[in-house]
Design a protein around this ligand. Structure first.
Ligand code: AMP
Ligand code: GLY
Length: 437
């Protein structure tokens, strides 16, 4: 089967590795030349992933049968709709279904309309005067642009926002400057808890869940510093997390299943990967956001554990006949190598010296992210550079493997070494125990 992968990050490198386990000829469309993906492809095309016309044209020229979309931006532009019009199977929702991610108000309104559990108090505003009463009466609020902002638009009272006044100023700023592309804002109650990610394969009717993962978004150790795309993540052998119980995991799966059913009723059949970002609160899991794709880094935790044939899963997603997927019962720890200064001002374009063979010998898996390869040398960009993943029976062992792999990566880089370590995990478990009381 001829398969086209769209996207050139570490998430897509993880997708490429599971695609290649199947009987496929792989092609790729990516913004940057990801050396890991490039090596595995029959051919690749350096193109803006949001340039739907060019990507579809390439897919037609190469007689692609199945296309897997990594990032959200091409989905927002309707790439799934165009591929389908050209009789190319696609894993990734159509534009109107991708709104689950691309419009924060759509997601919240859908959950409310269908009384789906896990919702939060919220309101959508298009002017600051209407927002005043809600912001003042809700207490601590979270202010979010309705549209996509690459994970940088959300601000929270008590963190980036000092108080109610600050929150209202930010509401005004979003509306006036159309941050996220639309002059609309969602204001919602702030939920206290531990965050976790649940990803599921979806065939329009049903969700087949993957192991839960915790991503760590803060730039610096001890969860300090600005939010980033994610600095590293871990998962546990039983599919739960040290602070997440089975009934809570099941509740999150139930919420995602109800979302898929609601999407179908709305005439927005959802086929692809659904990413639920949850906050485990005193009252159970609450939905923070939904994404229309795998998480990055979370794809690097779950995909290496996948025992079922990914290509078959993709075909079943498209045909609407998903059955269960099986995952190895192992723990994973992923640590992202980023350029120094990442999250504030990255030191880009520095040479990265790494030894792929030695990383492999340590038992660690390497996933290339946003790097450039020039004359056989690897250079950083302003974004995350590579993910190193350890896989083992316990989080503790997986963390040690990831660290052993990291010894073979040198340069002007930064890594959050605390992710997945014993003290770090213990702190999260204790915090959750306090919240539950
Ligand atoms: P997002 O861009 O929606 O992923 O939001 C960025 C971060 O803001 C999330 O990872 C959460 O830590 C935080 N956040 C978003 N919404 C809420 C909420 N309602 N309550 C508490 N934290 C939130
Ligand atoms: N890890 C966060 C995301 O993929 O959105």
């Amino acid at each position: 089967m001829k398969v086209l992968l769209v996207g050139g990050g570490a998430r897509e490198h993880a997708i490429a590795k599971v695609l290649k386990k199947g009987d496929v000829k792989m092609f790729a469309c990516m913004n940057n030349r990801n050396p890991g993906i490039a090596k595995m492809c029959e051919d690749f095309y350096l193109v803006k992933e949001t340039d739907v016309e060019s990507v579809v044209d390439y897919a037609r020229r190469k007689n692609i049968e199945l296309c897997v979309i990594g990032p959200e931006a091409p989905l927002e532009k309707g790439i799934a709709d165009e591929l389908e019009k050209n009789d190319i199977k696609v894993v990734g929702p159509k534009k109107n279904a991708a709104e689950i991610e691309t419009s924060k108000s759509f997601m919240r309104n859908l959950m409310k309309k269908y009384s789906i559990p896990g919702g939060v108090e919220y309101k959508v505003f298009d002017n600051v005067y209407d927002a005043k009463d809600f912001v003042e009466s809700t207490g601590d609020v979270v202010v979010k642009p309705v549209g996509l902002t690459g994970g940088k638009g959300v601000k929270i009272v008590g963190e980036q926002l000092k108080d109610t006044n600050d929150a209202l100023n930010y509401v005004k700023e979003i509306i006036e400057n159309k941050i996220g592309g639309v002059p609309k804002v969602v204001v919602e109650e702030k939920i206290v808890g531990e965050e976790f990610t649940l990803q599921g394969f979806c065939d329009g009717k049903k969700v087949v869940p993957m192991p839960a993962v915790q991503d760590n978004k803060r730039a610096f150790e001890n969860d300090e510093g600005p939010n980033t795309g994610g600095m590293g993540s871990y998962s546990q052998g039983d599919g739960l997390l040290p602070f997440l119980r089975k009934n809570e995991y099941d509740a999150a799966v139930g919420i995602m299943q109800k979302i898929i059913e609601a999407m179908k009723k709305e005439g927005r059949e959802y086929k692809g990967i659904l990413y639920g970002q949850f906050m485990l609160s005193k009252y159970g899991p609450k939905v923070i956001e939904c994404n229309a794709r795998f998480g990055d880094p979370e794809a690097m935790n779950v995909l290496p554990l996948l025992e079922s044939d990914f290509v078959e899963i993709c075909n079943r997603i498209v045909d609407g006949h998903l059955s269960n997927a099986s995952f190895m019962k192992k723990a994973t720890v992923c640590k992202y190598v980023v350029p120094k200064g990442y999250g504030i001002k990255s030191m880009a374009d520095r040479e990265l010296i790494l030894d792929e063979k030695k990383i492999g010998k340590e038992g660690a898996e390497l996933f290339y992210a946003s790097v450039n390869e020039k004359k056989g040398k690897i250079y950083t960009t302003a974004s995350r550079a590579l993910g190193i993943v350890g896989i083992a029976e316990s989080i503790k062992k997986a963390e040690l493997i990831a660290e052993s792999g990291l010894k073979h990566v040198l340069g002007e880089i930064y890594v959050r070494h605390d992710i997945g370590k014993k003290d770090y995990i213990a702190k999260k478990v204790k915090r959750m125990e306090r919240i539950r009381r």
